[in-house]
Design a protein around this ligand. Sequence first.
Ligand SMILES: CC(C)(COP(=O)(O)OP(=O)(O)OC[C@H]1O[C@@H](n2cnc3c(N)ncnc32)[C@H](O)[C@@H]1OP(=O)(O)O)[C@@H](O)C(=O)NCCC(=O)NCCS
Length: 175
Amino acid sequence: MTAPTWSLRRLHTIDDAQIDGLADVLIDCVEGGASVSFMLPLSRGRAIAFWRRVAQGVAAGERALLVADDADGLCGTVQLILDQPENQPHRADLAKMLVHRRARRQGLGAALMRAAEATARECGKTLLVLDAVTGGDAARLYESLGWERVGSIPGYALMPEGGLCSTTVYYRNLV
Ligand SMILES: CC(C)(COP(=O)(O)OP(=O)(O)OC[C@H]1O[C@@H](n2cnc3c(N)ncnc32)[C@H](O)[C@@H]1OP(=O)(O)O)[C@@H](O)C(=O)NCCC(=O)NCCS
């Protein structure tokens, strides 16, 4: 088995170079057709503004941010939204799982998911929730990792070029 060509870490503060790298990954994913909140065209300014808001949440302890780097820089990321209502302190949402197209199909997505689950446990979380485009690459990955499918909501979101898609909700019990 070949060793991974990337390394994973959790960022507690995010500098401008990392914001730039995160923006590159987000833009690459949206240009590749991923339905991850943004419509095309996604300007660099909008992508950077998004990551600056994420950086504020990370600094405030409301989010955990994991990133992967390869020889060309930042190539993948995932977040846990830790800040939840007071009656759901044990829960986090998993969000913005993004792997740059250059780094896909090498196991990085699975590694990011496992790292996110480990981080969630470290943060005292025992239940994770996420949603994904029904039947897409991400949904297949989550199911292969043992996430439980709750159900699908037709017409939940738009694809980046337009056109509604169905979203499937998943959960993972970490107990
Ligand atoms: C979904 C996503 C994160 C997966 O990332 P990834 O790094 O490609 O994930 P993995 O490599 O772990 O697994 C993907 C596939 O590669 C396969 N694979 C893993 N390692 C491999 C290897 N060394 N050689 C060949 N195939 C491999 C996996 O079995 C899996 O196969 P499948 O598609 O048939 O199920 C990525 O496609 C992505 O960023 N998409 C756009 C953004 C998005 O939609 N995010 C999800 C929001 S909910």
